[in-house]
Ligand binder design. Sequence first.
Ligand SMILES: Nc1ncnc2c1ncn2[C@@H]1O[C@H](COP(=O)(O)OP(=O)(O)OP(=O)(O)O)[C@@H](O)[C@H]1O
Length: 599
Amino acid sequence: MSLKEEEVDNDKPMTFQDSRHQIDNNKQPDDKRLLHFGDAKKDMEVESKELVLSLQSQLTDSYKKMQEMEYQSNRLKATLREKDDKWQKSLSRLLKGTQDLRWAQLDAKEEILRLQFDWKDQLKNFGEELQTLVAAASGYHKVLAENRQLYNEVQDLKGNIRVYCRVRPFLTKDSTKQTTIDYIGENGELVLANPGKPVGKDSRRSFTFNRCFDTKSLQEEVFLDTQPLIRSVLDGFNVCIFAYGQTGSGKTFTMSGPTNMTPTNWGVNYRALNDLFEITQTRVHVFRYEIGVQMLEIYNEQVRDLLVTDGSHKKLEIRNNSQLNGLNVPDANIMPVTSTDDVLELMKLGQKNRAVGSTSLNDRSSRSHSVVTVHVQGKDLESGSIFRGSLHLVDLAGSERVDKSEVTGDRLKEAQHINKSLSALGDVISALAQKNGHVPYRNSKLTQLLQDSLGGQAKTLMFVHISPDADSFGETMSTLKFAERVATVELGAARSNKESGEIQILKDQVYQLKEVVAKRDAEIAILNNTIKEQLEKADNIANTEKVKGKPTNASKPRRRTSNEAQAQKGRKTTTENGNANAEVCLISKSSIYAQNSRR
Ligand SMILES: Nc1ncnc2c1ncn2[C@@H]1O[C@H](COP(=O)(O)OP(=O)(O)OP(=O)(O)O)[C@@H](O)[C@H]1O
């Protein structure tokens, strides 16, 4: 190290080697050495002291540092210990939690097992109870069905008009509306709620009919309940099913089906005919049946044939059918049908004819009554007995009372006719319900047409249709009240139009004899006229001779010849049998069924 460097480093504490080095460097000749030895020694001592001091200071610093470090280390240890404690604690808590969880899991498992066991037990009991209930329910339904059958038999015996009520579901456009139907029971109970009076005496009104179909009832269900009635047509009974209710309440839906028809939503008309065809097939070896269909419309009090193919609008007359083989409207076409396809074709033709003169079919259907009549003639192949049954399927015009001030022109006329015919129906029902001697059938074409079904020995069923809509409450109430009145009407026990083979043969002979007699009567009438003319001629000649003064044979009182006497007698017979010609007419009409069937 250079001196300069040494000087620069003076501040640094001198090490032992530095001092040795200095000593070595300071080595001088002996005399000088001795001289300076003491100084050097002193210096060295100073240096040593300084060195010691410096070392001591370093030592003190180191010690301090060491203490500092020890302190830091202790603090670190303490923190670590603290953390360790905390960790230990959370670990033990975690362990405890896990342990608890495990216990809870075990408990839960045990509980689940116990519950499973209990459930199994309960399920078993429930199953057993359910089986008992199912058995009871099937018994209940059986009893219910038996009750209904018995009730129907009683009805048959009493001859009450049966009334089935059907509630139309809300249409999609008004599905959020409030309903007026509070309750529908299994035994035909229906409770109507008054939306204007939610509480109080008049808030509810209950009705009971033979059956009530709720909004979910299917076409098939509705038909099944009607089927036995319809089938009795094949045994020679007259059956009438009519659909009553305000416009849009579902009459056409029940009787025919919706517009987009498929076999699943076919109405009563199609199902009835289909069923009749099926049964005739199963009885083919025992009976021979002929089925014919008429389709009529009563519009503005005029009866129209809906099965015309030439577009004619002939006005038809309704007759008393006692001598017309069950034909109320003998001039209307009767189309023979043997299959459902035939029926579908006819219905299409009928609908097409019904739509004539109307802007929309639905308009027209609301404003006219349509009547599909199924005529069935059966022959018992063994005994030769003949049955004649007819089934009227009537879709009435909407029953709402139209306020006359609201409509004018054609609509007013239509409304008046609908009101007239429906109130005539109401009057007939009232007269029948009160067992009046006089029943005013002749007040409308509708009641005239249904006379046999309403007053004869027919089986009659009315489907009363209602809408659940709160806006229709008034109409619904009056419809149900009308239906309630209809249900009280007793028609007397239904009777089959069955004639034994012998009676039928005798009747045929009587018809033939009557025809012969009628022919003879006509011939005699002609003869009488001829004789009368000749007698008058002879009298004239005699008178002329008398005037001339010649006595003639003619002036003497003349004895009548046997021919003249016969002619006179013939004249009398014709007068006595005043209706003879009319009878000829009726008798020839009696074969119209056969003629039409052949057509
Ligand atoms: N039970 C039902 N289920 C489903 N839709 C129905 C039901 N009854 C009626 N409808 C529907 O309600 C609407 C009105 O029914 P429908 O035409 O049968 O009434 P209506 O009483 O015959 O009317 P109108 O007096 O005008 O002839 C139709 O769209 C029909 O499809």
